[in-house]
Design a binder for this molecule. Structure first.
Ligand code: ZN
Length: 255
């Protein structure tokens, strides 16, 4: 029993209709296509909020530059480590190294989506590596990050042809990951924020709305969930792995 979290950077829920893998996962999951992220709807603040279950005004990272916490909130990776659970992280955007404190991860694998390697390639390398790891085991919680749709949104515009292609390809990666995960694991698929025109970061619904899929033994297939927040994911993962959420966490378990 474990949890795989897959996050696709900048993936809007209204980009998903017509993608067979997304429609299959929706039928197999409890899901929300109108879940909310936090403001500012920017990558590192949203990831910090996902893993610390507090608003950016509380964790203090309000841009893509990590800000050490003045009054630290314990994050998901630290909570799992304290409970002798193993976490692994596979990612293609280097700033994410700060979502956990040093010493919390059993494995961390970074494939640079900016160093002359197209994000599409970095995401594929990330996926292939995570698939190999999932098949051999060794962690209780695996976080996999795919970055290309955000890059495509900034380059060509959210909901543009190129952006929609990047989302479709991301679902090929998601299918590969779903195929590698042990049968008794829970899989969560989500995004950090959406986007509009060639930007994100505002309070517009296009930026603030994210999809959340939860597939596993504790989640009824095909059930639509209401009032889901990105802040709910850390409490849900903690509950799935049988550990107590810190009192300061602001989200709720979806179990
Ligand atoms: Zn992002």
């Amino acid at each position: 029993m474990g949890v795989l979290l897959i996050l696709v950077d900048g993936m809007r829920p209204d980009a998903l209709p017509g993608i067979p893998a997304a429609e299959r996962l929706m039928a197999e999951s409890s899901y929300a296509l109108d879940a909310g992220t936090v403001f500012p709807s920017v990558t590192l603040p949203c990831h910090m909020s996902l893993f610390h279950s507090v608003d950016p005004s509380r964790h203090g990272t309000t841009t893509n530059v990590y800000a050490p916490q003045v009054r630290p909130v314990e994050g998901l990776f630290e909570v799992l480590k304290r409970n002798d659970l193993h976490s692994a992280m596979f990612y293609s955007w280097e700033e994410l190294r700060d979502v956990s404190r040093p010493g919390s991860l059993s494995l961390s694998r970074f494939f640079n989506g900016h160093a002359g390697v197209p994000f599409e390639t970095a995401d594929r390398q990330t996926t292939d590596d995570a698939v190999r790891f999932l098949r051999t085991g060794g962690a209780d919680f695996v976080f996999t990050y795919l970055g290309w749709p955000d890059e495509a949104g900034h380059a060509s515009g959210w909901m543009s042809e190129e952006y929609l292609r990047s989302v479709r390809v991301s679902w090929e990666e998601i299918e590969a990951l779903l195929g590698a995960v042990p049968a008794d694991w829970t899989v969560i698929v989500t995004a950090d924020h959406g986007g509009h025109d060639r930007i994100h970061g505002t309070t517009l619904p296009e930026d603030m709305t994210i999809p959340v899929f939860l597939r596993g033994p504790d989640f009824a297939p095909g059930r639509a969930l209401r009032d889901v927040s990105i802040l709910d994911l850390a409490p849900t993962i903690a509950a799935l792995l049988g550990v107590r959420a810190p009192r300061e966490w602001e989200g709720k378990s979806l179990l």
